[in-house]
Design a protein around this ligand. Structure first.
Ligand code: GRF
Length: 203
C-alpha cells in the first residue's frame, strides 16, 4: 500500500504542490492525504484545494516560533486520524517538539533553502548573500530536536550571482527544491536510501 503523506506549511506552498504533482504523475508513489497550515488563508491551502487535497488551518496558539502543547496535539491527532505515515515539512515556520517527534519517529522530513550546516534558521538565502558565499543550495533532511540539524538526505548546490537579491536567489533555489524534494522522498520510500544515525546509505 502506498505511503500516506501529511504535508505541513505556512506559506506559498510551492513545495507541497511539487510533491502532490509528483504523486499525481506517478513519479512519487505515495498518497498525499492532508495539508495542515498554521496561517489562515496561506497560499498553500489554495494550492491544496486546486489539487483536491484536504487542507486545514489549525491555529498555532500564542507562541511565535512553536506550537502550543494543545495545538501540537491537534496537529498530531489530525495526522493520525488521516493515517499519515510520513510527515513532510514544506515551509512550516515552527519548530517541531518532542511529542511530535515521538508520534512520528524517523518519519518527519524537512527542506531548507541552504547547504546545511551553513545558514540554518530563518532567511537562509539572505544569510548566504550577506556572508558573501558564491554557492548555496538546498537540503532535504530528517527532523530532530534541533533547528535544521537532522541527518542529511539530499543536497543540491545553487550558484549566487552578483545581481541576486534574497528574493531572486530564493526563487531559483525553489526551482531546484521542486525537483529535489519529491526525488528524495521517493528514494526514502522505495528504500533506495536508508538513514542510519547521521549517515545515509544508498542501495
Ligand atoms: C522553501 O524554500 C523551503 O526550503 C523553506 O521554505 C520555503 C517554502 O516555500 N523551508 P513554499 O511555501 O514551498 O513555496
Amino acid at each position: 500500500m502506498a505511503a500516506k503523506l501529511g504535508i505541513l506549511g505556512s506559506g506559498a506552498g510551492s513545495n507541497m504542490a511539487a510533491i502532490v504533482d509528483a504523486c499525481q504523475s506517478g513519479l512519487l508513489v505515495a498518497e498525499p492525504v492532508l495539508v495542515l497550515c498554521d496561517v489562515e488563508n496561506a497560499g498553500i491551502l489554495e494550492l491544496a484545494k486546486e489539487r483536491q487535497i484536504t487542507g486545514r488551518f489549525i491555529p498555532p496558539g500564542p507562541f511565535k516560533s512553536k506550537l502550543s502543547d494543545d495545538m501540537e496535539r491537534r496537529y498530531i491527532e489530525a495526522l493520525q486520524e488521516a493515517d499519515v505515515n510520513w510527515v513532510l515539512l514544506a515551509g512550516f515556520m515552527r519548530i517541531i517538539k518532542s511529542e511530535f517527534l515521538r508520534a512520528f519517529p524517523e518519519r518527519i522530513v524537512n527542506i531548507h533553502p541552504s547547504l546545511l550546516p551553513s545558514f540554518p534558521g530563518l532567511n537562509a538565502p539572505a544569510q548566504a548573500i550577506s556572508y558573501g558565499v558564491q554557492v548555496t543550495g538546498t537540503t532535504v533532511h530528517m527532523v530532530d530536536q534541533g533547528i535544521d540539524t537532522g541527518a542529511i538526505i539530499a543536497q543540491e548546490p545553487v550558484s549566487i550571482t552578483p545581481e541576486d537579491t534574497p528574493e531572486s536567489l530564493h526563487e531559483r533555489i525553489k526551482t531546484t527544491e521542486h525537483r529535489l524534494y519529491p526525488q528524495a522522498i521517493s528514494d526514502l520510500l522505495t528504500g533506495k536510501i536508508k538513514v542510519c544515525g547521521r549517515q545515509v546509505i544508498r542501495n
